[in-house]
Design a protein around this ligand. Structure first.
Ligand SMILES: *Cc1c(COP(=O)(O)O)cnc(C)c1O
Length: 374
C-alpha cells in the first residue's frame, strides 16, 4: 500500500457508501480511463469477470470458437468455457513470449477452411510485455474478428508509446493481490466503445431493467467492484508509475548481475515497448548452464526464497485436454520450451536491495558450485 488508501477508505465509511457502487467506483473508473487514454472503464470484481463480460458483449455462446494465447494464467481462457464456447490455443513467439502472429495466421487459415471463424481473439501481454500488437491487429482486422486484450499483467506498460490494454476492442486489467497495483481483488474492463461499456455495467449489475420492481429481461452477473476496494485502487493508481520504475530497477539489477552467467537468457523487451517488468522472467539452457530450473527453484526454496516456473501452457492443462493448439512452427512449440526452461524471480515493488542481494547470492552460489563440480 502507498499510504493514501486509508484516506479513500475513510471517505467511503464517512459517506456510508459501503456498496458495489459509489463515488470511489466512479472516480476510479474515470481516473483509470484517463491514465490509459480510453473513453470508458468499468470497475469489476476481478480481471476474470472483465474477460467474461467482454465475451458476453461479443455474444460468444455455445458452439462458438475463441482463439486464446496458450502461455498464460488459466483465467485468460476460463470465461470461454463459462460461455459454453471452445478455446483454441495459440503458441508464443520468442521475441515477446506472447501470441505468435504466424501461429495465429495458420489458425485463421484453418478456420476459413472449416467455415467457422472465431468470435474473438484473446491476446495476453505476459509478465508486463506487450504482444506484437501491430501484426496481431493486422491479422484480426483482415479476418474482421475482435480482440480482447488481456492486460491483467501489463498495466503501466507501453507499446509504441500507447498504453498496453488499449489496442483491442476491449481491454482487461486485474487488481488481484499479486498484480502491479492491487485492490486485494478487482478488475477493469476498458474500451473506446462507450455504449458497449454501458452495457457491460448493466450486465455486471444483475442486468436490472429500468423499473422500480426489479425486472430482468437478460441474464446478468454480480460483478461490480466494492466502493471500499475502489478507494484502494484510486490510491494505488497514483503510485503506478513509481511501481513500474521500481520493478524495472529490480529487473535491471538482476540483468546486470546474472546476464553473463552461462545459459541464462532474460525475457526480451520488444523494441519500442516499455514493459512494466511485473515479474523478472528468464530462461535457463540446462546444457549450457549445468543447472536446471528445478535445481534453481530448489536452491531458492532452501534459502526460503519463493520463485515460480513459467506458466504451464493452457493446451497442456488437464482441464483443457483435447483442445486444439497451434504451435509457432510445425515442429517448435515456444510455450512448451518456456514452460520447461522459464523461471520468474522475486520481483515485488517493495523488495529492497538486501532482499535482492540474497536472491542474487543464492543463484550465483548455485552456478559457482556447479562450475567447480564440472
Ligand atoms: C491475474 C490474471 C488474470 C485474472 O485476473 P483476476 O483479477 O485474478 O481474476 C487474467 N489473466 C492474466 C494473464 C492474469 O495474470
Amino acid at each position: 500500500m502507498s499510504g493514501n488508501e486509508q484516506k479513500y477508505i475513510n471517505d467511503a465509511f464517512e459517506t456510508n457508501w459501503i456498496a458495489p457502487l459509489g463515488p470511489n467506483v466512479d472516480q476510479f473508473e474515470k481516473e483509470l480511463a484517463r491514465y490509459v487514454g480510453v473513453n470508458e472503464a468499468v470497475a469489476v470484481s476481478s480481471g476474470t469477470a472483465a474477460i467474461h463480460l467482454a465475451l458476453s458483449l461479443l455474444k460468444v455462446n455455445k458452439g462458438d470458437k475463441v482463439f486464446c494465447s496458450s502461455f498464460t494464467f488459466i483465467a485468460s481462457a476460463n470465461p470461454i468455457i463459462y460461455q459454453g464456447a471452445e478455446p483454441i490455443f495459440i503458441d508464443s513467439e520468442p521475441e515477446t513470449w506472447n501470441m505468435s502472429p504466424q501461429a495465429l495466421e495458420r489458425a485463421f487459415q484453418d478456420a476459413v477452411k472449416e467455415g467457422q471463424l472465431p468470435k474473438a481473439v484473446i491476446v495476453v501481454n505476459l509478465y508486463g510485455q506487450s504482444a506484437k500488437m501491430d501484426e496481431i491487429l493486422a491479422i484480426c482486422a483482415h479476418y474482421d474478428v475482435p480482440i480482447i486484450e488481456d492486460a491483467a499483467e501489463s498495466l503501466g506498460s507501453l507499446y509504441k508509446g500507447k498504453p498496453s490494454g488499449t489496442f483491442g476492442k476491449f481491454g482487461v486489467y486485474s487488481f488481484n493481490g499479486n498484480k502491479i497495483i492491487t485492490t486485494s481483488g478487482g478488475g477493469m474492463l476498458v474500451s473506446n466503445e462507450v455504449e458497449s461499456l454501458h452495457k457491460a455495467r448493466f450486465l455486471a449489475t444483475q442486468a436490472r431493467d429500468q423499473a422500480p420492481h426489479y425486472q430482468h429481461s437478460e441474464l446478468g452477473y454480480n460483478y461490480r467492484l466494492s466502493n471500499i476496494l475502489a478507494g484502494i485502487g484510486r490510491a494505488q493508481l497514483e503510485i503506478l508509475e513509481e511501481r513500474v520504475v521500481a520493478r524495472r530497477r529490480i529487473f535491471e539489477r538482476y540483468y546486470e548481475e546474472l546476464a553473463h552467467l552461462p545459459g541464462i537468457t532474460f525475457m526480451p523487451e520488444l523494441e519500442q515497448t516499455r514493459s512494466n517488468r511485473w515479474l523478472t522472467a528468464l530462461t535457463i539452457d540446462e546444457k549450457a548452464a549445468g543447472v536446471s530450473v528445478q535445481q534453481l527453484l530448489e536452491a531458492l526454496i532452501a534459502d526460503n526464497i519463493e520463485a515460480r516456473p513459467g506458466w504451464k501452457p493452457l493446451h497442456l492443462q488437464p482441464v483443457f485436454s483435447g483442445m486444439k493448439y497451434y504451435s509457432h512452427h510445425n515442429k517448435q512449440s515456444i510455450s512448451e520450451q518456456l514452460f520447461t526452461n522459464g523461471i520468474c524471480l522475486p520481483s515485488g515493488s517493495n523488495m529492497n536491495e538486501e532482499d535482492q542481494l540474497r536472491v542474487l547470492n543464492c543463484i550465483k552460489e548455485l552456478f559457482k558450485q556447479n562450475r567447480l563440480k564440472n
